[in-house]
Design a protein around this ligand. Structure first.
Ligand SMILES: [Zn+2]
Length: 85
């Protein structure tokens, strides 16, 4: 009887480990896809579209946003201190 219980426990642990590994792999794949899309820049959004700043989250017209690495920044948070005065 105890052998049966032990077998069941081992199977349960193995199943749990397998599912955890699978979940981790899927999460990793999703992150890689997101990173790939971020690197791919893509076409800039239409000029009248509002985009959020990647730093402060404030929305501004895409035409006046600084774009780098697929992200948009307001003039205040543009990478490289691009705030021109
Ligand atoms: Zn900002």
């Amino acid at each position: 009887m105890s052998k049966l219980l032990l077998t069941f426990c081992v199977l349960a642990v193995a199943l749990w480990l397998w599912q955890a590994a699978r979940r981790k792999t899927q999460q990793l794949r999703r992150q890689q896809n997101q990173a790939r899309q971020a690197v791919r820049h893509g076409p800039p959004p239409p000029a009248d579209q509002m985009v959020p700043c990647a730093v402060c989250g404030s929305h501004l017209p895409a035409a006046s946003a600084h774009r780098q690495g697929g992200r948009s920044y307001c003039p205040e948070h543009a990478p490289g201190g691009a705030a021109r005065r």
